[in-house]
Design a protein around this ligand. Structure first.
Ligand SMILES: [Zn+2]
Length: 95
């Protein structure tokens, strides 16, 4: 989907909107609420800018550690240990 560069003629609010070609153009400025939001007819709307990512719904993070110990009736098993701490990788063994 192309990215259209919109700009408000009333307050000067500019925004790049990612929308389909079949989608209707935006007219209402999200900044001032006036119907002076116009799509800029420039080639810049079709080329990706080198700086900046368009993160829409990216949720970074690590999954929760599930320390589920098997419920065994073995008497040799001590108290169930909690989830081990994440070990840092990168350091090689020194001997
Ligand atoms: Zn505006």
């Amino acid at each position: 989907m192309p990215i259209y560069a919109y700009r408000c003629e009333a307050c000067g609010f500019a925004k790049d909107v990612l929308q389909k070609i079949s989608d209707p153009q935006l007219t209402v400025c999200p900044s001032c609420g006036k119907e002076s939001f116009k799509k800029q007819v420039t080639a810049a709307g079709f080329q990706l800018k080198g700086s900046g990512w368009y993160v829409t719904d990216f949720r970074g993070g690590t999954p929760p550690a599930t320390g589920t110990a098997p419920a065994s009736t073995s008497d040799s098993a001590p108290a169930p240990a909690p989830a081990p701490a994440p070990a840092k990788t990168g350091g090689t063994g020194d001997t």
